[in-house]
Design a protein. Structure first.
Length: 164
């Protein structure tokens, strides 16, 4: 996995020794220390996603772009990854731009949710979930969480109830 993680260094022609040090730090941050010599096929789906995050962070970009990163994961692994991503975001200080079709995931992870219309895609609302950080899975049972989810569903025409 270490070789997989430092691949961007080879592509970007970065110092290999520095990249390996950074990769080891990132692997520890995403709780993959001890798996440096593992092959991707030996890792769970969540572990593979955390490895992908380390690859994306290796060259220290100002923004982390994530397009449906957890879409193929089972519900329990997805919950774990949402908690991990929140922790990684807090520890790295990076701006994370996450695209997801999961309304609860968007509300759980985001400070701002940009709600887009169907074709042609345009921003039709900006929702700012009023939820304290750090968030845990109990956050999803609060009235504030439910209200934010309902507001987004209503904007998308997925709920018969109207919002204020």
């Amino acid at each position: 996995m270490l070789q997989n993680t430092v691949l961007p260094a080879d592509v970007l022609d970065l110092d290999r020794a520095a990249a390996e040090r950074r990769a080891r730090e990132l692997l520890a941050m995403v709780r993959l220390k001890g798996f440096e010599q593992s092959y991707p096929s030996e890792l769970s789906g969540g572990m593979q996603q955390r490895c992908a995050i380390t690859r994306a962070l290796l060259h220290d970009p100002p923004i982390l772009l994530m397009d449906e990163p957890f879409g193929a994961l089972d519900a329990m692994t997805r919950d774990t990854m949402n908690l991990d991503l929140q922790r990684i975001w807090a520890e790295s200080g990076k701006t994370v731009f996450l695209i997801t079709h999961s309304i609860p995931e968007a509300v759980f992870l985001a400070d701002r949710v940009l709600v887009m219309s169907p074709r042609p895609g345009r921003i039709i609302d900006v929702i700012r979930p009023d939820l304290p950080r750090p968030r845990d899975l109990d956050t999803t049972t609060t009235p504030e969480f439910g209200e934010a989810v309902q507001r987004i569903r209503a904007r998308l025409g997925l709920d018969v109830r109207s919002h204020n």
